[in-house]
Design a protein. Sequence first.
Lengths: 470, 470, 470
Amino acid sequence: MSPLHLDPERYFSSDPEQRRIAVELFHGIANLPIISPHGHTDPGWFSTDAPFEDAVSLLLTPDHYLLRMLYSQGIPLEALGLKPNDGAPYETDRRKIWRLFAAHYHIFRGSPSRLWLDHTFAAIFGIDRRLTPETADHYYDLIAEKLATPAFRPRALFVRFNIEVIATTEGALDPLTEHKRIRGSGWKGRVITTFRPDEVTDPDHENFAASLPRLGDLTGEDVTHWRGYLRALENRRAFFRAHGATATDHGPATAQTADLSPADCEKLFARVRDGRLQAGDAELFRAQIMMEMARMSVEDGMVMQLHPGCFRNHNAELFRRFGRNIGGDMPNVGGFLAPLKPLLDRFGNRKDFRLVLFTLDETSYARELAPLAGHYPCLTLGPAWWFFDSPEGMMRYRRMTTESAGFYNTAGFNDDTRAFFSIPARHDLARRIDCAYLAELVAGKRMEMDEAAEVAIDLAYHLPKKVYRL
Amino acid sequence: MSPLHLDPERYFSSDPEQRRIAVELFHGIANLPIISPHGHTDPGWFSTDAPFEDAVSLLLTPDHYLLRMLYSQGIPLEALGLKPNDGAPYETDRRKIWRLFAAHYHIFRGSPSRLWLDHTFAAIFGIDRRLTPETADHYYDLIAEKLATPAFRPRALFVRFNIEVIATTEGALDPLTEHKRIRGSGWKGRVITTFRPDEVTDPDHENFAASLPRLGDLTGEDVTHWRGYLRALENRRAFFRAHGATATDHGPATAQTADLSPADCEKLFARVRDGRLQAGDAELFRAQIMMEMARMSVEDGMVMQLHPGCFRNHNAELFRRFGRNIGGDMPNVGGFLAPLKPLLDRFGNRKDFRLVLFTLDETSYARELAPLAGHYPCLTLGPAWWFFDSPEGMMRYRRMTTESAGFYNTAGFNDDTRAFFSIPARHDLARRIDCAYLAELVAGKRMEMDEAAEVAIDLAYHLPKKVYRL
Amino acid sequence: MSPLHLDPERYFSSDPEQRRIAVELFHGIANLPIISPHGHTDPGWFSTDAPFEDAVSLLLTPDHYLLRMLYSQGIPLEALGLKPNDGAPYETDRRKIWRLFAAHYHIFRGSPSRLWLDHTFAAIFGIDRRLTPETADHYYDLIAEKLATPAFRPRALFVRFNIEVIATTEGALDPLTEHKRIRGSGWKGRVITTFRPDEVTDPDHENFAASLPRLGDLTGEDVTHWRGYLRALENRRAFFRAHGATATDHGPATAQTADLSPADCEKLFARVRDGRLQAGDAELFRAQIMMEMARMSVEDGMVMQLHPGCFRNHNAELFRRFGRNIGGDMPNVGGFLAPLKPLLDRFGNRKDFRLVLFTLDETSYARELAPLAGHYPCLTLGPAWWFFDSPEGMMRYRRMTTESAGFYNTAGFNDDTRAFFSIPARHDLARRIDCAYLAELVAGKRMEMDEAAEVAIDLAYHLPKKVYRL
């Protein structure tokens, strides 16, 4: 049986000098509270504080990183317990699913999923042996047993994970009931929402036509014309702010922005409203919406997050049969210079505007994003995102952005996850990679130790708080 | 005189911990047989077993890596013994050519060519001093002397190189005579062919018009219409399979695929057949051919290899005067997400289909290729290719693909060479870089040693055998 | 108070073996004279030999690297002493500006600006404490005091910096008065000019219309037609050559080249001359100009430098209020294969033509630039440029270009700066990174030490001299 243990010097360089420096830097930040300003956990967990169920529903089925890798090796999603829309059979025996997962655990070698999972198993569940077909049942039983105890309830874990604040993400029409309940419960954990309006701002979204009238109903605004529609969006932003939101979240296919005249906006909106879209209208509408969101952010102080560049639902058959978020989203080529120019021409020089930029196209780090963030007062670089939320990905991010953007135009770390139990692992990994990078600078005589120690604390704690106005 | 020797710890990190781990990992794979599933050696070598001639015709003139670098420094190809089409004089004194090469050996510093050549000189020919103008004649004479001995005949070297199987590449119309002779000779070396149909599937190929009727003659199919043409291609694939082929090989300019209706295919084929190409027809035809090749692979089980992204024959004058493969091919920008979607929409979820993807645009590794390979069951990532078949190139490949695709969606190593003597050097280098990468993971506590040892063996041996169905 | 000192082993790997090798390699090149074949210093400094004024006007206001980073953190350019065009107030108290800079010195952590500045402070001014708000006045006073001494006059520093030759850059219409004065002064420092014709060759340049008749007046050529215009350009090139120029410098937005017929050139020129530009005319004109510049280089032996890919003046408001070169230029996506083909088809195989290529899009290093430079006799790769003139940027450059282009198709280092005091720092940094890269090769048994030592000298000294025909 292979042991499982977390090496206290993990993810640092094996060079003794760098390792020593990294250990010292990490010592200064290991126990800082977690700031989680961008993520997708379920506020219902914290409002109800109900126990989690079992290893499969907790760790496997909601995690698209795991689903995609298993699927790539020929394992049908049905065998992993996902229910297809077409009535085809699917596995419901969770122990059997867990065993299947354990039998393929080797395919995750070298992936961040493996690191997060091992951290979860060892640090949260106290397991001391590796997941293999032989230990699968031990894992399954022990996890179920622990989950049934009070120490593994969501609120207890929130405290144990040392979370100072966590942001969830809700659609513009969401009543924020769970957030209200959390606040009304007297519990002191800080769980805030984030305003994600795609459903009511993207004409290509499958719910757009149905959502528009609901937006009108909810806000009491006349959303049949552009100005009323904008007022309705402003209204919802105010509602979200009242529930703790300090940020908005936007994931269009491209970074395109536009600056149309009010008259052109009105005409474009009329076509969008009536479903009479001409070629290019949907993208132009999204581009103009980005401008409006920036304008509203200037007015209401919400931080605007923009993460373009995802080709959603690339696998047509799986999207049809299983819907969104099952591993079929792919990074695409993206550009920023010309697309962002209209928005930056209007708001780029405003110090009171904050736009956090993310990318899935690493080629833009050093070429476009760091130079932009190292110039425009409004811009801050979000961390390495999604597929790049990994040791190599985060190290490339620092190496390719720091020289042009510095550290102080970056936003610290976002865990961006719906996998609650992985949050300590992800912050631990991110902090360690930042320390490893800083150790590289210190060992290479490119930074002094006292300055590196200050930067490490800023990256782990002060920058995300400041950037997200928390 | 400078000594030449191969350091047993070459290409590993100089960090003592990583080096120790890499040495141990390499020890476990150094003597594994060579699996060479994709290459361009001459089957005639193994059918005739005739001796090779001399250093120049063996090592220099067929190697476009060497020709291009020498040419870049102002050495005319004629001076290297290449015969131009225009009747201009060219050097025929091979010793003189070798001396010219030796006088410029320093320009290869830092290139993989230098590493492969030094390995060839030291490990195969037993030379112990560096190639310089002073040692040029010693090299030339010693190599000629060795090549005349039985131990340096192709079959003897095949055994000495520890090759378990090697695939050559032949055009769709090739009679595979040499392969037949090898099989008929009683010699036990496994030399198989690969089906490369560009000549009969690319309307822009200079031989296309002449090749089409020959395809009809060879197969007895009526290639004047689309369905007969497809049957003829199926027929040739069957012929290649009967001579050992397990794979097909496709090198279009882009990764574009298409899914036209049968009627549209018939019309497109008629225009192609008659040379009445409209704008975009040639690319559309190649795109549809990729779909047909995929469909045939599903039916006949051949592994489909796709390596788009080369701008062939960029140097117009050299192409005109010296033809193909003299160093004028250049890597181009390439994209995969949208171009591959038609093909993946039809066959992407088939476990019985295997598509091995290569790229010359490294920016697609982490952004598109690893995410695609880490999701679609049919996809496997081919190794770092051509210009990237090098220490830095292979290391970047692992660092940029492993976190999203893992190791088990990759195909191990392809030497992809017509330089037979470099095959041991290339596999040695590739195995060492994989060990160096694994050592980085182990030393960074991102992988345990026992798992790394298993992965090293899989990459060197089991994965290429499995992926290529050998 | 934090000490400031330059570690003698700075920028080398912390791996003891690599560090030892790098130290040894650097020892062999540390004292080589500086060859500075491409830069933007003011020839007037050397003709008048007048003292520099103070820390702010010397080190801060002319340095767009510093302006942009400070601006990104919300500091208005007016507060840094820049005078806006609109009559708005701006800071004139230089001590106050210096204090503001010192208060934000931490934002440069991890940037090359920090390394260059600390080198300047320590090695040139002999300061031994870090720049902080507390030491700001000490810095300001000490720098002012030193600048007033004879040892800090431009010519004395030229000697102290060990500059063998430095090239400035002047517009095509420049009378080169300062260069004449330098030559006439009897001073032996070699300061040469470089021919930069954008003003008279780019129809989009704001001065183009006014410059064209001046070009005619200066040269006595009839610039109302294409042939006369070309003769005028040839005339100015000859004038620059007579003042020491060995190179021309071109910074178009893209690498596009064209090969139009004389008749089409004449028509295009007529439209450009008359301001009757049609869509695409400006780019086509620039593309044809690149061809003409190449042709003239073949004829007159001047080295042609091409650095496309910059999106100039991205920040519209700052450009309007403060003009060029204040930090609003951004790297853009660039391609080389197809754009350069017309030019390479005509002159690519000429050994007597030298084209030095730079890029701001690092993705083209390994994919296009190194393969092109490793093939075409006319091509040489310029060093890592602008945003990539940094430890990480230069290391990526070597790692991504050496394997395909080797060292001997690269041009050594260009400091490309208007910051005279940073020149020793920049060459020191570049030489150290080259040694660090070579040490990586030697420690990884990819190069022998004697060859690395030779390459180090070639990169630091012989290659720039040879490439720029100095």
